[in-house]
Design a protein around this ligand. Structure first.
Ligand SMILES: Nc1nc2c(c(=O)[nH]1)N[C@H]1C(S)=C(S)[C@@H](COP(=O)(O)OP(=O)(O)OC[C@H]3O[C@@H](n4cnc5c(=O)[nH]c(N)nc54)[C@H](O)[C@@H]3O)O[C@H]1N2
Ligand SMILES: Nc1nc2c(c(=O)[nH]1)N[C@H]1C(S)=C(S)[C@@H](COP(=O)(O)OP(=O)(O)OC[C@H]3O[C@@H](n4cnc5c(=O)[nH]c(N)nc54)[C@H](O)[C@@H]3O)O[C@H]1N2
Ligand code: SF4
Ligand SMILES: [Mo]
Length: 813
């Protein structure tokens, strides 16, 4: 493998450690805990006791060039927080009572070993399921642990309905192009921007359903866009609200949440209609253009404007601008995934990039892989799984994209149903005896219909959680809790896209262990045959995986000889050079060898092979009667600089000081209509349940749309039930269903529901009105099949056994 690692190191020593005054500086990567999708290079400063006291961005790093967000700058506050978990604990009272007994690591491992062996014996290893959070260096750990140590096949995001984070986009990309893409900001070479002889400044960058500077999502640093803007890139932003980046854009398309697919199809209608397509790319490298051209005729601009609430002229102008600019690129985000039609939406956007030929070109949308091609994700250790196990994955038999391996995970909603019913999606017995939850806090944040998840957990006999803090989920549901290490306490490598980066341990915290160490320790106990004798510590594990991956360097070489960062040899136009297919032929890794607008696999599965738009399950159009009661379109999960999901809520942090309460955005006219004042606590309610947040006026929103935050809990409140840190009080997931997925199994209406708002008043703010009390003490908000009452839910009634899929005849995809 060739590496390109020539970059300028002049501001700090080219060393791993050095002294500055009384402090020791360590060059490393910030990557979990706490979470972030990024992994910027940082200098951690520790004192003589090894305590982290200061963090700086590494100005030598081509990746982040010294920049840091507030969460990295404030890291010592969280790392040294008095509420951090220090020791393993086992439950001493009932679940929810918050009674714990400290145990040693050996005792904790004994408990796990005993449970795992008993469950394997009783119902097979498939009765043990592992679930994960996002953006933490846990995916390879949890996968390897699940497959090799526990032996079960099921692993996925922790009750995120429709696995609606990146996976809908990724799975779709794999069928269309056999790979995944990202906007090219010269990030895969150390010589950035104009120093890269091949990179071109994108003339147009489309920011689609992402807020890059705040979120830095999907391993893409928002600052890179700012750098491109400084060099002349102009932006088209597609977002219901005027974000900072939208305010700097040439065009801002304020669409109705959940209508992105219609917009992309309408833009293609313009581009194909006006013949602004790249004929050369289409003729040589794509499949199904004629069929796509036919399909987009169903989406004339006037109709799309009506669906999306965007002026038709703006759609036309933005489409022309995107198609005429060279190169043009699209940076997409979570909002693409978070509707029931997450995959068709991603499909429409992928077609847009394809018809304009902006694929794998400098400054376009480039095809990428993990650094060094290392398998450090959901497939880690899959080779240890016994034959026939993968096929047992929950959701596999129902969803072809899963069945045929387009993503290496089970379906979250199918796991929830198995927890509730003891059955798989075919109705065959599938008891869930144990959940292993590592880096997730599902009733607070990750899962939809949070009360339903809370209730389903009652049916799971043993739940073990590995975390940094005592979360509401731990108090309500866990039987055993293991404390884990944070970024400064880890030896690890990061491979989520180039460059490969090292994390070097410079402190420790009481008995907290690295996630890797827990996996290794369990491995030697539970599956010694799968573990080389010499792999005793995380550093050994990294070197083992680098060896297996044939990377040609060790962890120590990465740290000491390469300033903790090695770039792969990135190439453009890989499809022309035969670099995408195992047979070495030019083309894409798809059945036709082409970039498939018309997805030949979907065709063979008998489902719609072209992108399409469908109304969200509840909307002013699909459910007008419901809209009379819940008139506002609700999008959720607005991120802020201060928090990463449910993290950073601890008292006495700068985050909580700057952002003490949850806010939802509402247009001032709408607020006036419903009697809500700025800064007022307000109930947000729909047919599923309710939550409350503080009104923040935002006159950039369409008056018919509101936008909430997510992930709120209040560590300063009582832990034991019915208080449970106030976990359900402000949680928008009370209002969002589980199991309402698109026909691919991916996607869920998380950013396109409906709600009404009304002010919190003393009359409706009694203790018994609080959602946490209602859920924990009175069994409120019961919507799934786990109902204590047998009333069918709103969604059950409306589905009537069949779904409203685009092609109801065949729901296999
Ligand atoms: N600070 C911080 N950063 C984070 C996170 C965090 O919690 N905090 N979470 C991380 C995770 S896991 C993820 S997945 C990413 C997500 O980050 P992004 O991919 O950037 O997505 P969001 O921030 O959810 O939403 C982006 C924008 O979509 C808009 N939006 C809402 N509904 C719609 C819609 O229907 N269509 C369109 N086009 N736009 C819509 C919102 O107004 C928002 O400005 O962020 C990651 N980064
Ligand atoms: N309504 C609504 N809900 C959403 C979203 C939305 O937009 N709207 N976004 C969704 C999305 S995209 C995602 S990805 C999920 C994210 O959901 P998650 O990734 O599950 O995030 P959290 O729920 O905050 O739980 C993370 C937990 O992991 C712990 N942790 C942090 N670092 C580490 C580590 O290195 N190791 C271990 N073992 N633990 C660690 C933290 O202390 C915390 O308790 O939330 C989803 N929830
Ligand atoms: S993106 Fe921000 S929070 Fe994440 S690692 Fe980089 S500086 Fe830290
Ligand atoms: Mo996410």
């Amino acid at each position: 493998m060739e590496y390109n690692n020539e970059y300028n190191l002049d501001l700090y020593p080219k060393k791993l450690h050095w002294k500055e005054g009384d402090l020791t500086a360590t060059r490393t990567t910030m990557w979990s805990g706490p979470g972030c999708h990024e992994g910027c290079q940082v200098i951690f400063y520790t004192d003589d006791d090894g305590k982290l006291v200061k963090v700086e961005g590494d100005p030598n790093s081509p990746f982040n060039q010294g920049r840091l967000c507030m969460r990295c700058l404030e890291l010592p506050e969280l790392v040294n927080h008095e509420e951090r978990l220090r020791y393993p604990m086992k439950r001493a009272g009932k679940r929810g009572e918050d009674k714990w007994e400290r145990v040693s690591w050996d005792e904790a491992y004994d408990i796990i070993e005993e449970k795992v062996r008993a469950f394997q014996e009783k119902d097979g290893p498939e009765s043990i399921i592992s679930m994960i959070g996002t953006g933490r260096n846990v995916s390879q750990v949890i996968a390897h642990n699940q497959y090799a140590n526990f032996g079960g096949p099921d692993l996925t995001l922790c009750f995120l309905s429709g696995d609606s984070c990146m996976l809908p986009r990724t799975a779709l990309c794999y069928v269309v192009m056999g790979n995944q893409w990202v906007a090219d900001m010269s990030q895969f070479r150390p010589d950035r921007y104009e120093n890269d002889p091949e990179w071109q400044i994108p003339e147009c960058i489309v920011i689609w359903g992402t807020n890059p500077v705040v979120c830095n999502s999907d391993a893409f640093l928002g600052h890179w866009i700012v750098e491109a803007m400084k060099r002349g890139s102009e932006l088209v932003t597609i977002d219901p609200q005027l974000t900072w980046i939208a305010s700097k854009s040439k065009y801002w398309l304020r669409l109705r949440p959940g209508t992105d697919a219609a917009l992309a199809l309408g833009m293609m209608n313009v581009i194909i209609g006006e013949d602004l397509v790249d004929h050369d790319f289409i003729d040589k490298w794509t499949y199904g253009f004629e069929a796509l051209a036919e399909r987009v005729k169903d989406y004339p601009v006037e109709k799309v404007a009506e669906i999306c609430w965007v002026e038709p002229e703006l759609i036309v102008e933005a489409a022309r601008f995107y198609a005429k600019a060279h190169p043009s690129t699209i940076q997409w985000g979570l909002a693409v995934d978070m509707s029931k039609i997450g995959t068709p939406t991603a499909h429409a956007i992928a077609c847009l990039a394809g018809i304009t030929g902006n694929i794998d070109n400098p400054g376009g949308n480039i095809l990428i892989d993990q650094a060094c091609g290392l398998e450090f994700g959901y497939n880690s250790g899959i080779e240890y799984l016994k034959e026939g196990m993968v096929e047992k994955r929950l959701g596999n038999s129902k969803y072809n994209l899963k069945k045929y391996g387009f993503t290496a995970s089970s379906q979250s909603d199918a796991i929830l149903e198995a927890c509730e019913t003891g059955l798989d999606e075919k109705g065959d017995p599938r008891p869930v005896n144990m959940l292993w939850i590592q880096s997730s806090n599902p009733i607070t944040n990750m899962g939809q219909d949070a009360p339903r998840i809370y209730r389903a957990m009652e049916k799971v006999p043993f739940i073990c959680v590995v975390d940094l803090f005592k979360t509401p989920f731990i108090v309500a549901c866990a039987d055993l809790v293991l404390p884990c290490a944070m970024s400064n306490e880890r030896d690890c490598i990061r491979v989520w896209f180039d460059p490969v980066r090292s994390l070097t341990k410079c402190s420790s915290f009481y008995e907290a262990k690295e996630d890797e160490q827990i996996m290794i320790d369990l491995g030697h106990r539970l599956a010694p045959e799968s573990w080389p004798e010499w792999v005793k510590e995380p550093r050994d594990y990294m070197n083992w995986r680098l060896q297996v991956g044939n990377c040609g360097f060790t962890m120590e070489e990465l740290e000491n000889d390469h300033a903790g960062m090695i770039y792969n040899d990135f190439r453009y136009y890989k499809y022309e050079k035969g670099l995408l297919r195992p047979d070495g032929q030019p083309g894409f890794m798809t059945p036709t060898g082409r970039y498939e607008f018309y997805i030949s696999l979907f065709d063979s599965w008998g489902v719609d092979a072209l992108p399409f738009y469908e109304e969200p399950p509840t909307s002013p159009v699909s459910t007008p009667e419901l809209a009379e009661e819940y008139p506002l379109v609700l999008t959720t999960g607005k991120r802020s600089f201060e928090f990463f999901h449910s993290e950073w809520r601890q008292a006495n942090t700068t985050s909580r000081e700057l952002h003490p309460v949850p806010y939802f955005d509402i247009h001032p006219d709408t607020a006036a209509k419903y009697g809500v004042a700025e800064g007022q606590w307000t109930w947000i309610e729909n047919q599923m349940g309710k939550c409350r947040q503080v009104a923040r006026f935002n006159d950039t929103l369409d008056p018919r749309v509101i936008s909430t935050e997510h992930g709120w809990w209040f560590p300063e409140q009582e832990a034991a039930e019915p208080s449970l840190f106030g976990v359900f009080d402000c949680n928008p997931n009370n209002l969002i269903p589980m199991c309402e997925n698109g026909p691919s199994g991916y996607g869920a209406p998380i950013k396109c529901g409906m709600a009404k708002v009304y002010p919190c008043t003393p009359d409706n703010m009694r203790p018994e009105d609080q959602p946490t009390y209602q859920v924990t003490a009175t069994n409120g908000y019961t919507h799934g099949p786990s109902h204590k009452s047998d009333e069918p839910s709103f969604y059950d009634q409306n589905n009537k056994g069949e779904t409203s899929w685009h092609k109801p005849a065949n729901t296999a995809f």
